[in-house]
Ligand binder design. Structure first.
Ligand code: GTP
Ligand code: MG
Length: 217
C-alpha cells in the first residue's frame, strides 16, 4: 500500500552533532536555555538514557546502566541536524527507585518538578514506560502534572525487542488504553520506532528541519 500523507515520516533525520552541554543536581545550577528543549522522563532504569543514545545514534553520549538510579542529575545535550536545526535533549533523573532515601527522593522530585514547571525553553516531554510493565501510578501522576503546567507529553513504550514480535501490537494497545497521551513503541536495542518518534518529536516541539527555509503553505 502506498503511504498516504498521514504516514509520511521524516525518514533519515541526519544527526550532524550531539554533545554534552551541562549537568546539574539543582535547578539553579542549570544554564539558561539556549535552544528549544525536549526532556526525557520516566521510572529508574526504564531506558531514558538509552532512548536518547538511540535517537541520536551515539552509543555512549549518555551514560546508561543496569543499576537503577544511574542518572542522578539533569543532563543537557545539544543536537544539530542536517538542514540546520539545533535543539537540546534533556535527560532527567528517574523516579521510583526504592533504594533511595526519603530525603534523596524528595530532592529529585523537587528538581524534576522545578524543571518541568519553570524551564522556559521546554517544548515537550517524552514520558517513557517499559512496554512490559505499562503505565504505572507515577507515570500517570507525571502526565497529569505536565497537563497541569501546560507542557506537551508523548508516551514512549520502550524495550519492545524484549517481547516476541507476535505480542508487540497487543502490548502497545494495552499501554495506549491506559494512557492519556499518544503512545509510540520503541526499541533502543534495534532502533525500531525511530523515524516515527523523530517525526512526532520535531512536530510537538515545533522544530523545523530547515529553520532558514520558508515553510510551504
Ligand atoms: P536511570 O538513569 O538509572 O534512571 O536509567 P535509565 O532510565 O536512563 O535507563 P538506561 O538507559 O540506563 O537503561 C537501563 C537498562 O535497560 C540498561 O541495561 C539498558 O541497556 C537497558 N535498555 C534500555 N533500553 C532498552 C531497549 O530498548 N531494549 C533492551 N533490550 N534493553 C534496553
Ligand atoms: Mg539514565
Amino acid at each position: 500500500m502506498a503511504p498516504g500523507p498521514r504516514c509520511r515520516y521524516n525518514v533519515g533525520v541526519q544527526i550532524l552533532d550531539a554533545t554534552f552541554v551541562a549537568g546539574a543536581t539543582n535547578y539553579a545550577q542549570l544554564p539558561a536555555p539556549a535552544f528549544a528543549e525536549i526532556a526525557f522522563a520516566g521510572r529508574s532504569n526504564v531506558g531514558k538514557s538509552s532512548l536518547i543514545n538511540s535517537l541520536v545514534e551515539r552509543k555512549k553520549l549518555v551514560r546508561t546502566s543496569g543499576t537503577p538510579g544511574c542518572t542522578r542529575a539533569i543532563n543537557i545535550f545539544r543536537i544539530s541536524l542536517g538542514g540546520g536545526a539545533e535543539f537540546d535533549l534533556v535527560d532527567l533523573p528517574g523516579y521510583g527507585f526504592a533504594k533511595r532515601s526519603k530525603g534523596e527522593k524528595r530532592g529529585w522530585g523537587v528538581l524534576i518538578e522545578d524543571f518541568l514547571s519553570q524551564r522556559p525553553g521546554l517544548r515537550a516531554v517524552v514520558v517513557i514506560v517499559d512496554v512490559r510493565r505499562g503505565v504505572e501510578d507515577e507515570d500517570l501522576q507525571l502526565l497529569e502534572f505536565l497537563d497541569h503546567v501546560g507542557v506537551r507529553a508523548l508516551l514512549v513504550a520502550t524495550k519492545l525487542d524484549k517481547l516476541p514480535a507476535s505480542q508487540r501490537k497487543l502490548a502497545l494497545k494495552a499501554v495506549q488504553a491506559a494512557a492519556p497521551a499518544r503512545v509510540f513503541g520503541y526499541s533502543s536495542e534495534t532502533g525500531d520506532g525511530r523515524d516515527r518518534l523523530w517525526d512526532a518529536l520535531l512536530r510537538e516541539a515545533a522544530i523545523q528541519l530547515s529553520p532558514t527555509e520558508a515553510v510551504p503553505a
